[in-house]
Write a protein that binds this ligand. Structure first.
Ligand code: AVJ
Ligand code: FE
Length: 444
């Protein structure tokens, strides 16, 4: 086979992969928006979230801007609605008062854009311009739709009423885990160069020297977190940073979001289903300040972003950074709880095949994990293809979260993927695990 023929085969494989992922993402978007009636779609369930019908047309509009107009060079479908669906023009709290496309029109619009995009996908060269190379713009727009699918799932968790989403429960634990793992000090390669669909904030790859630290073998569980609550953790200022304590008082935080006292224990309402809080599952819906306060109470701290990524990617046998804790292969259902396959975090120990070589479990999937690091560009960062994806969020206001949740699609989750949010946010599927420095004389 000539190189050219090999290129064509790769090209056809890439186009097929993109088409399959586009269909899969749209199926999820459709399921999340068809699950409720028009009134529910246009209503705002929390000032923190958009009406679902805004997410739907915004997904279509981003796809139109990048894939149709830019990559495809096509005429606009609806240039008149760009401003409505520009996330920077209107805060989430103001979106319900905009003259949004009604549900039927929003569905028609996103379907029209998609039809034309499939036509672009069949004909546009997947090399040359950086947006086309390796199908980057398609990967970016796929990840965008999937990120909004997770946002829409968070909106579902905030809506009142009977359950409208169904999924099988996550797998049970396969056994007891250790408590913590030592990650020996030394350099590792952080960030992505070769990953074709890595976003700008994951680049460039660079070496980071991480001193020896200990990391929890699994995310902090509900049972562990309940011990902090029951020990008066929310009434003890010294576990909280000054900023965290001020927020805890102002917002009157008493337990993770959605927890409610039930006799001696705790109950939880998840996507309309009532049930007890599972002590063996990772805690979810805590903000950065709650995570940091728990860590202080436990005599520990949150990991830095570099520590988290080293634990997730560094292979001590080869010294190489891999794509995932288990290696370079994309996640299967045995590796991680991703993709809204189950609508809850799995108990710790449910994914032994997804553990790192050192025995750190569930770094990928289940719950996003707060780190102590504020969001910033890596050395040599260059915004691509637009400053508003990441760069405008760099600075001390935002904390980085890692690893993805049960609501995250596998395509929008890898060992280098970076999420960020304000330290007071907890409507997202956020949890954490703890780390600590070695004690004097503990390691040589
Ligand atoms: C990466 C989850 C912080 O939702 O603000 C969606 C993703 N960017 N549309 C967000 C995103 C543009 C982003 N997060
Ligand atoms: Fe968006």
């Amino acid at each position: 086979m000539t190189d050219l023929a090999a290129d064509r085969t790769d090209d056809a494989t890439l186009r097929a992969r993109v088409a399959e992922a586009l269909a899969r993402s749209r199926a999820r978007t459709t399921a999340l928006t068809d699950a409720v009636d028009d009134d529910d779609l246009t209503r705002q369930h929390s000032p923190l979230m958009s009406p679902l019908v805004w997410d739907l047309a915004h997904i279509g509009n981003q796809e139109e801007l990048w894939l149709l107009r830019d990559v495809g060079g096509r005429e606009p479908v609806r240039a008149d609605i760009d401003a409505l669906y520009d996330a920077f023009r209107h805060a989430r709290r103001d979106r319900p008062r905009l003259p949004l496309l009604p549900p039927a029109e929003a569905r028609r619009y996103t379907a029209t854009v998609r039809e034309k995009v499939l036509d672009v996908l069949a004909s546009v060269p997947l090399h040359g311009a950086p947006l086309r190379t390796g199908g980057f713009a398609f990967g970016m727009i796929l990840q965008h739709e999937q990120q909004h699918a997770e946002t829409m799932l968070a909106t579902h968790q905030l809506r009142p009423g009977a359950p409208v989403l169904a999924a099988p429960p996550p797998p049970p634990s396969a056994g007891m885990l250790g408590t913590e793992v030592c990650v020996p000090g030394g350099p590792f390669e952080m960030g992505a160069d070769a990953e074709p669909w890595a976003l700008d904030n994951e680049r460039p790859a660079h070496t980071v020297d991480v001193p020896t630290f200990f990391l929890d073998a699994h995310p902090v569980t509900n049972g562990q977190y309940a011990a902090f609550v029951d020990d008066g953790g929310y009434d003890t200022a010294r576990w909280w940073s000054p900023e965290g304590w001020a927020h805890r008082r102002e917002a009157d935080l008493r337990a993770p979001m959605h927890w409610r006292r039930d006799g001696a224990g705790w109950a939880y309402r998840r996507f309309g289903h009532d049930g007890p809080v599972d002590p063996a599952a990772p805690v979810v819906h805590v903000c950065f300040h709650e995570a940091a306060a728990y860590a202080a109470w436990a005599g520990r701290r949150l990991p830095t972003e570099a520590e988290w990524e080293k634990a997730a990617r560094h292979d001590p046998a080869t010294g190489r950074s891999r794509r995932y804790p288990w290696g370079d292969d994309p996640p299967t259902r045995a590796h991680a709880n991703l993709g809204q396959r189950h609508l809850a975090p799995a108990p710790v120990g449910a994914y032994p095949a997804g553990a790192s070589p050192a025995g750190v479990h569930q770094l990928i999937g289940d719950v996003w994990e707060w780190t102590s690091t504020t969001f910033a560009g890596y050395p040599g960062f260059a915004a691509f293809p637009y400053r508003e994806y990441s760069e405008v969020f760099f600075g001390p206001r935002y904390r980085v979260l890692r690893g993805g949740s049960f609501g995250t699609d596998a395509l929008a989750c890898r060992g280098t993927f970076r999420n960020w949010d304000l330290p007071i946010r907890r409507q997202i599927f956020s949890g954490f695990r703890c780390a600590r420095d070695p004690r004097p004389g503990e390691v040589r």
